[in-house]
Design a binder for this molecule. Structure first.
Ligand code: XMP
Length: 530
């Protein structure tokens, strides 16, 4: 296994992810872990991460001496390279100005790390790599025993190696996808240079995670807010695998979920997994509080606040009903790694919790400890884990669904009657997207889009049906393609698909007589309408 020492870079988890992609087990720990810990961990190799872009003042951070005494290969990345240079007798020029960007790096000589790894060759025959580089601080003198491995005009020592000891370091970031060969380099380091086997799979992750959860929780009780979304579902399945009936899931149905969502969640978790699930039907309560409210942010606040209220009340009931009067000691959340980054927390620095789709502030209010077993994983890894845990593919590969649900897809005031129309219209849209296969790719349009949904417009328009005039509501279909949800393009759905959806909605959902398709990109529009 590989030990990754974290100096606080935002992208340290990406290193872990690449190592896992090479099917090698790894763990991330803070750069100042004890020497005893490192010895006990007994790694086959160590990777030193980069540091924050703005932590010039942190340039005193060092790797524990044990790293150099263990006799295992070490790879330093960015800041990791600099500390390696300083600790082994080279020198570094520190600068408070750092820039990140694309660079072309020349690979020198033949090192086990870079030999034969290149993106193109110059006219002179030099092997070149396209990388994501951080300029600024740089190594100016190689430590004794090291040779030059890579360089750029502005950074003459962009890579160095002491192959006798298995020490390698690069100034650029092999863990980010902009470094085209980064994956290959990390694979080479962990499998080739460290000699890890590369037989670690998601199934192993389950066993390890299960053991960790059992150790953390002991015989205490855990509660979890199950939303039906991917993250909370996978967290629930994993924790249930670990501690069975010590877990109670609370599923709050605020009446603004997708059609049949409540039934599906209950069938899956209570029915198939035999987990303890409390199904709270709170639609009336939510609708009551939303009455007369039209401002989108206000609606979000109310839904968030009511969710917390309902959840707290359920937690209190559970506690009262518990004969042993122990009550839950843990609140489990499906926080995943991108949530951790978004809220500005890294492993070593202050870790705050995103309030967004997770239950903000609840653990403190309830006096519960937080259990977040997916904290290290990326979305696609969470999905893979879900499938390995036996959750249905369709559930695990679902589009994201916002916490406030249909509350922000019914423009203006939210009414139960609007929600009922929208649920049915949206169900038809999603059903057709799932059914329609694109011939060019062989994929369904559901899989070809990142998020697709229907928006309810509280305006009426005139139509004609049979001999009669209708005066009914309008919906808009929205389907986008995006990799990060920060920018998005509207999807060029086939006309035939749009035609089918429109005709089905108008014929099957009484009360809607007009369907439109949203052709706005983000920016300047957002994905949701509110
Ligand atoms: P926008 O509309 O900002 O959406 O382009 C970007 C992504 O965020 C989701 N979204 C939310 N998710 N609570 C959530 O949990 C919210 O209040 C919320 N608002 C937007 C949206 O569905 C899209 O995936």
């Amino acid at each position: 296994k590989i030990l990754i020492l974290d100096f606080g870079s935002q992208v340290t988890q990406l290193i872990a992810r690449r190592v896992r992609e090479a099917q090698v087990y790894c763990e991330i720990h803070p750069n100042d872990v004890s020497e005893d810990f490192i010895r006990a961990f007994n790694p086959r190799g160590i990777i030193l991460s980069g540091s924050h872009a703005s932590t010039y003042e942190d340039h005193q951070l060092r790797a524990p001496q044990q790293v150099w005494d263990l006799g295992v290969p070490v790879l330093g990345i960015c800041y990791g390279m600099q500390t390696m240079a300083v600790q082994l007798g080279g020198s570094v020029e520190w600068s408070d100005h750092r820039e990140f960007g694309y660079a072309e790096v020349r690979a020198h000589g033949h090192t086990k790390l870079l030999d034969g790894v290149e993106d193109f060759r110059t006219a002179e025959g030099h092997g070149m790599l396209k990388v994501w580089m951080s300029h600024g601080d740089k190594v100016t003198t190689l430590p004794p025993g090291f040779k030059l491995m890579a360089s750029t005009p502005s950074c003459p020592i962009a890579g160095m190696a002491d192959e006798a000891r298995g020490y390698y370091a690069v100034q650029f970031h092999p863990e980010v996808t902009h470094t085209l060969q980064g994956h290959a380099m990390l694979d080479r380091f962990v499998r080739g240079i460290c000699g890890c086997k590369g037989d670690w799979i998601m199934g192993d992750y389950i066993e390890e995670a299960v053991a960790r959860i059992r150790e953390q929780v002991g015989d205490e009780e855990v509660i979890l807010g199950l939303s039906g979304g991917v993250d909370s579902s996978v967290a629930a399945a994993l924790i249930h695998r670990a501690i069975g009936d010590q877990l109670t899931c609370v599923f709050v149905d605020h009446g603004l979920l997708r059609l049949n969502e409540g039934r599906m969640v209950m069938e899956m978790f209570a029915g198939r997994l035999h987990a303890k699930v409390v199904h709270v039907e709170a639609a009336e309560q939510f609708m009551g509080h939303l009455q007369g409210v039209t401002d989108p942010e206000q609606k979000r606040k109310i839904i968030g606040r009511e969710f917390v209220e309902v959840f707290k009340a359920e937690a209190a009931k559970l506690k009262a009903a518990d004969a042993s009067a122990k009550g839950a000691k843990w609140l489990a959340q499906g926080t995943i790694y991108p949530d951790v980054v978004e809220s500005g927390g890294t492993q070593t620095k202050k870790a705050t919790i995103k309030s967004h789709h997770n239950v903000g502030g609840l653990p403190e209010q309830l006096g519960l400890k937080l259990l977040e077993p997916l904290r290290e994983l990326f979305k696609d890894e969470v999905r893979e884990l879900g499938v390995a845990l036996g959750l249905p593919h369709d559930m695990v590969y679902r589009h994201p669904f916002p916490g406030p649900g249909l509350g922000v897809r019914i423009l203006g005031e939210v009414k139960a009657e609007f929600a009922a129309l929208l649920q049915r219209a949206d169900h038809i849209f999603i059903e057709e997207l799932r059914k329609t296969v694109d011939e060019a790719t062989g994929k369904t349009w559901y899989d070809l889009t990142s998020q697709a949904f229907t928006v309810f417009l509280p305006v009426k328009s005139v139509g004609v049906m049979g001999d009669g005039r209708t005066y009914d509501y309008v919906v808009a279909l929205r389907a986008v393609q995006t990799s990060d949800f920060m920018t998005a393009d509207w999807a060029e759905l086939p006309y035939s698909l749009l035609k089918r959806v429109s005709s089905r909605i108008i014929n099957e959902v009484r009360g809607i007589n007009r369907v439109t398709y949203d052709v706005s990109s983000k920016p300047p529009a957002t994905i949701e309408w509110e």
